[in-house]
Structures are given as structure tokens and as C-alpha cells.
Design a protein around this ligand. Structure first.
Ligand code: FMN
Length: 135
């Protein structure tokens, strides 16, 4: 049976701010991303430590794959590494668009970089309670 393009899917990736780009660009990214994601049924969380991004995205595969393609091509960051992607039974984030948290827990993020696949996702979800999430 062919995969249903509307089934729920998730991406979890890390990337690095482009060295020529100011960290203040995050505000611009979020102000465009939030209405787009809400319309596309995409939810998730973006975490930024001033240098590295971690983003967890979930939504219909048909919306998420092209979005991930645009994100990979975005010149405002580089070294995009997809740590996990796959089908999802149910949403992990219960508000649409994109939560945002800044962190200075560099050690925890460095440890997260050493993981991949579902263990990376699980560790990120575990860290979620320590983030100061700005809805
Ligand atoms: C770290 C990072 C995270 C992003 N997250 C999203 C997102 O969640 N949703 C979104 O629509 N765009 C996001 N973008 C922006 C996209 O890369 C792209 O600029 C946007 O989808 C608009 O694409 P368009 O100008 O081709 O329409 C993100 C960009 C970066 C650098």
C-alpha cells in the first residue's frame, strides 16, 4: 500500500547560524514561520543557543517535506543535520505553529549533538521541561 501523503510525520534537525548572519534574525524567521505553520498544520519547537539551532517539526508529510526542503536551502544557517525523520502516531506538541526557547545550556546541547534517531528526539523532549518556552 503506498504511503499516505497526509499521514503525520516529524523532522528533528540541528544547524548552525550562518557566521555572516545576526542572531536577531530569529525574530524574523519566527514571525514568518508561525502563520505559515499554523496554516499548514505544522507544530513544533525551535531552540537556539546563539549559535546552534535545534528544531523539531511535525505535521502532515505533504506539508512537512517541502518545508524541510526550504529550511535546508535557507542561507541564514548552515551545516543542517537531520538527526531523525519518520512517521508519527500522534502529535507531540499540542499547539500549532512554532514554540521558541533560548537556552545557554551548551553542555546539554553538545550532548544532544552526539545522538541520532529516536534517542535524540527523546532526549530533546526530556530537555523540553527545562526550556523557557515562549509561546
Ligand atoms: C532555523 C530556521 C528555522 C525555520 N523554521 C521555519 C518554520 O518552522 N516554518 C517556516 O515556514 N519557515 C521556517 N524557516 C524559514 C524557511 O527556511 C523559509 O524561509 C520559509 O519557509 C519561507 O520560504 P519562501 O520564502 O520560499 O516562501 C526557518 C528557517 C530557519 C533558518
Amino acid at each position: 500500500m503506498p504511503a499516505d501523503p497526509h499521514s503525520l510525520y516529524e523532522f528533528f534537525y540541528t544547524s548552525q547560524l550562518d557566521p555572516q548572519t545576526s542572531p536577531t534574525v530569529v525574530g524574523q524567521i519566527l514571525s514568518k514561520a508561525r502563520p505559515h505553520n499554523a496554516q499548514a498544520g505544522v507544530s513544533g519547537l525551535l531552540v537556539f543557543d546563539g549559535l546552534r539551532f535545534f528544531q523539531h517539526l511535525e505535521g502532515p508529510r505533504i506539508a512537512l517535506e517541502p518545508l524541510m526542503g526550504r529550511i535546508v536551502e535557507d542561507m541564514r544557517h548552515e551545516d543542517v543535520r537531520i538527526l531523525h525523520e519518520g512517521l508519527l502516531d500522534q502529535r507531540r506538541y499540542h499547539r500549532f505553529d512554532m514554540g521558541y526557547a533560548q537556552t545557554d545550556d551548551f553542555d546539554a546541547l553538545a550532548a544532544l549533538m552526539t545522538l541520532s534517531g529516536l534517542p535524540a528526539v527523546e532526549q530533546f523532549l526530556h530537555m523540553r521541561s527545562s526550556f523557557d518556552i515562549q509561546a
